[in-house]
Design a protein around this ligand. Structure first.
Ligand SMILES: Cc1cc2nc3c(=O)[nH]c(=O)nc-3n(C[C@H](O)[C@H](O)[C@H](O)COP(=O)(O)OP(=O)(O)OC[C@H]3O[C@@H](n4cnc5c(N)ncnc54)[C@H](O)[C@@H]3O)c2cc1C
Length: 424
């Protein structure tokens, strides 16, 4: 039997599990209202994480968090645009976000996650949250259907039970609550995998294009690469493809699967990327991740709320993961603050932001499906429906909670299959 340390004076208003961007956002915005918030992060120190490119609309959450000035003073490259390369190697004109909305919120950043996550975590602490690193939550404790706290391994190795009025699951893809309750649904048409690493010395464009995200299809459109400029003369480079294509059908005759070799083979099918990396040095062995697209079928229950990837993740293509983590973190915080005021910790109160949040996520999801339609091209779509340019840039910017972007989906459905056409 493990020794269980029940520590007195450990009754919190809110326990946030996971100190990624989603969890830090909720912790900050609840703690600054004067509530007792405990944030538990498993990693003892900042770690490498994938997910480095922000969408411009993160600005509004950063503004509420009070960290715009810190981001401006940081060494994170500024991102003005995203540019797509077709399978023939032809580059689209860059989508400059500020052309759509000439405000400083239209320029965003490419971040090194270890530093960015730490910045948000420190901010949560400064705004009054108690942050404990090196604490791994093993289980969310329920009294009947209602979450009442967590069982966690503390830094000193002791197991503690900590109680709270609200438990926030922001554990990223660990998705502690939704996996336990088996309420996760995999996106059946987005069964993807990714192989990625960092390079030093990759060639960047000049001027305001220096920090641009590039999305490059490989020759037969079976996969695509991201190219994201980072600080320290690094670029993040990753390839994404169907799981079956990228990993399952690539075993050598002796059964081995060499991820570096697959990465190199895909790179060989992406001519516009090769000169950018010709003189660059790969900084660490490739990493692999798969099956990352899913969503829980509800965002809250009695006493618990899901934030960020712990609720769901779409796909890396438009860099929407951090935006949705920050946005859901913000919306969850508002629902929790209201719950604490009203002493109402029901699923209905804690999940009141769900329908609005999911509606914005759905708009981005539709654009993801368009991207993966083999014979669909944004260039052809915009040539036929030029009036949809604004809607596309709005979605690429993350302006899905400030503007109605749904007008583009009627025309788009004429050129590709959107999820609802497939009953998804
Ligand atoms: C291949 C790929 C590429 C991507 N590229 C981009 C991109 O360019 N731009 C973008 O915006 N998004 C991208 N994403 C998505 C992005 O990484 C995530 O959406 C984002 O990190 C979600 O933030 P989060 O706070 O929800 O979770 P995370 O950032 O995953 O944070 C969760 C935290 O919880 C902690 N934790 C987990 N379990 C426990 C536990 N039991 N106890 C205590 N702590 C725990 C973890 O250590 C972690 O710090 C990408 C994703 C993939 C798969």
């Amino acid at each position: 039997m493990k020794k269980v340390a029940i520590i007195e004076d450990r009754n919190y208003d809110v326990i946030v599990i996971g100190g990624g961007p989603g969890g830090s956002t909720t912790a900050t915005l609840v703690a600054e209202k004067g509530h007792r918030v405990l944030l538990l992060e498993r990693d003892k120190s900042p770690q490498f994480k994938i997910g480095e490119s922000l969408m411009p609309a993160t600005y509004w959450t950063f503004e509420r968090l009070g960290i715009i000035e810190k981001l401006k003073a940081s060494h994170f490259p500024q991102k003005y645009s995203v540019q797509f390369y077709s399978s023939s190697g032809k580059a689209s004109a860059p989508f400059y976000f500020y052309r759509n909305d000439p405000h400083e919120s239209s320029v965003t950043w490419q971040v090194l996650r270890s530093e960015f996550d730490q910045m948000l975590l420190e901010n949560a602490q400064e705004k009054g949250a108690e942050v404990q690193r090196g604490v791994s939550v093993h289980e969310v404790l329920f009294d009947g259907e209602r979450a009442v706290g967590v069982r966690a391994k503390l830094e000193d190795g002791k197991i503690a039970e900590l109680s709270a009025k609200v438990v926030v699951d922001s554990t990223g893809q660990s998705a502690l609550i939704s996996r336990k309750l088996k309420i996760n649904k995999i996106e059946p048409k987005l069964k993807k995998a990714s192989i990625y690493t960092h390079f030093e010395g990759g060639i960047r464009d000049e001027g305001i294009d220096e920090g641009a995200t590039l999305i490059l299809h490989t020759e037969n459109k079976d996969s695509w690469f991201w190219y994201i400029p980072l600080p320290y003369d690094r670029v993040s480079v990753g390839v994404v493809g169907d799981l079956r294509y990228l990993l399952q059908n690539r075993r050598k005759s002796d059964g081995t699967l060499v991820h570096q070799a697959i990465f190199d083979e895909e790179l060989a099918k992406c001519p516009p990327l090769q000169p950018r990396l010709a003189g660059a040095k790969q900084l660490f062995p490739v990493k692999v991740t798969k099956d990352f697209s899913y969503r829980a079928n509800c965002i809250a229950g009695d006493g618990w709320v899901l934030v960020g990837d712990a609720f769901g993740f779409l796909d890396p293509v438009y860099s929407s993961g951090l935006f949705l983590a920050l946005k859901s973190g913000e919306m969850a915080a508002d629902a929790i603050n209201e719950a604490l005021e009203k002493e109402d910790f029901s699923a209905a109160q804690l999940g009141c932001f769900g329908p609005d949040f999911v509606a914005g996520m759905e708009a981005i999801r539709k654009l993801v499906y368009a991207f993966y339609t083999k014979d669909f091209s944004f260039a052809r779509f915009l040539k036929r429906f030029p009036e949809c340019q604004q809607g596309i840039v709005d979605i690429l910017s993350g302006n899905v909670y400030r503007t109605d972007v749904t007008g583009i989906f009627g025309p788009m459905a004429e050129m590709c299959h959107l999820p609802e056409d497939m009953g998804l």
